[in-house]
Design a binder for this molecule. Structure first.
Ligand code: GLY
Length: 385
């Protein structure tokens, strides 16, 4: 049986390691928008990098996470430098609003850990305006007949007008926030419609979830499902399970709707039942044994969601969720972290997608959610979702 008290010494130790590492990495990468590391050094997704396209440059969906790391560190340490570095990144993202064309549904991932976090901490009116602007862009992607939020813009000529993806459960908290902030119910109404559609069409009876569901954009209704970033259609991409698990928990937190808590628990039960003895999470729970591709980011995100569920359930159920979260986080800390000065990253062995050429690299959201999870265990995370 795991309890927070028993985990406490370990939590303090990891927080010390995070604090030590972020102290110098934040200085070194303060002018960057990192996604991964190349030979141990953070890359930079900012607009002045000529190697990036309209989607994977300044509009890249992960561009808010470095800002989120800075806000979590500011919340933990109170050091002004973290606020300054978070602001450098947030200002850079303004060009996305001006360009408009590269934007997609991931405006939640981009402006929740930046502008919403900033506004929650500092009440900066400029950040409020940016976050409301992003919320309006997200609301504008809602398809009222199909009752879903469109995910991406057309991909390489492929018509994606009817596509929704599980990841969007992390974007809709921007809509909940917009209603909570303005009192205008439209944003929350859209978020609830989308969450209901996802609950009814993405989540399978065994608690696993689809990555992509295509709806008829004119008449509504499911057309087909896709394996997306997982192994194949009908398989179980682990990061998608994590987005669903934690995503429904957030929707429960913002709405109080019990079905969302139950859905989060159902996905969690499937996830927990599939955690290997090692605590190391594969890219897809239904992938072949070899190659043994893994995804540290899925573990870190799921751990955050499991800790949140453990706070919402009674004492008899708590340990199931907290124990699973601790098992994965301890496995990551023991074998999949780099606390040295040789690399700007914390977590190793992330995998963006099963069929990508590259596996087992560092990915910024792995670091973000690992930090968030550990601060949650200390009961001192900045809640930005
Ligand atoms: N949101 C896309 C991904 O998880 O890779």
């Amino acid at each position: 049986m795991f309890t927070l008290d028993k985990a406490n010494v370990w939590v303090q130790d990891v927080i010390q390691k995070i604090t030590d590492k972020m102290d110098w990495v934040s200085e070194k990468s303060q002018a960057k928008i990192p996604y991964t590391t190349i030979n141990g050094v953070h890359d930079d997704r900012a607009i002045d990098n000529p190697t990036h396209t309209v989607t994977d440059g300044i509009n890249w969906w992960t561009n808010g996470f470095w800002g989120g790391m800075m806000w979590q560190m500011y919340h933990e340490t109170g050091q002004e430098k973290y606020k300054k570095f978070a602001n450098i990144l947030e200002n850079k993202l303004d060009v996305c609003f001006q360009d408009y064309y590269g934007l997609h549904h991931d405006v939640g991932f981009m402006w929740l850990p930046t502008s919403v976090a900033n506004y929650k901490v500092t009440q900066n009116p400029e950040s409020r305006k940016r976050a409301l602007h992003a919320a309006n862009l997200l609301a504008g992607r809602y398809n009222p007949v199909g009752e879903f939020i469109r995910a991406w813009n057309d991909l390489n000529g492929e018509d994606t007008r009817g596509w929704a993806i599980i990841d969007c459960m992390f974007n809709i908290p921007l809509l909940y926030w917009a209603t909570e902030e303005t009192g205008d119910p439209r944003f929350k109404q859209i978020a609830i419609k989308h969450a209901d559609t996802v609950m009814n069409t993405f989540v399978r009876p065994d608690g696993s979830v689809n990555h992509i569901v295509e709806f008829d954009p004119f008449h509504g209704g499911v057309v087909k499902t896709y394996g997306g970033q997982g192994y194949e259609e009908g398989s179980s991409w682990t990061r998608g399970q994590s987005w669903g698990l934690y995503g429904f928990m957030m929707s429960f937190r913002h709405t109080g709707k019990e079905e969302y808590l139950n859905t989060a628990k159902r996905i969690a039960h499937y996830f927990i039942a599939n955690i290997p003895e090692s605590g190391i999470i594969p890219v897809d729970f239904r992938q072949p044994k070899e190659p043994a591709y893994e995804d540290s980011t899925a573990a870190a995100i799921a751990a955050c969601g499991l800790i949140e569920i453990s706070k919402a359930v009674g004492p008899l159920e708590k340990d199931l969720y907290l124990g699973a979260a601790l098992k994965m986080l301890k496995a990551l800390d023991k074998t999949r972290t780099d606390w040295s000065r040789d690399c700007d990253c914390i977590l190793k062995n992330g995998s963006a997608a099963y069929h990508n050429k590259e596996h087992h690299n560092s990915i910024i959201y792995g670091d973000y959610y690992f930090i968030e999870a550990v601060f949650k265990l200390k009961e001192n995370d900045l809640y930005i979702w």
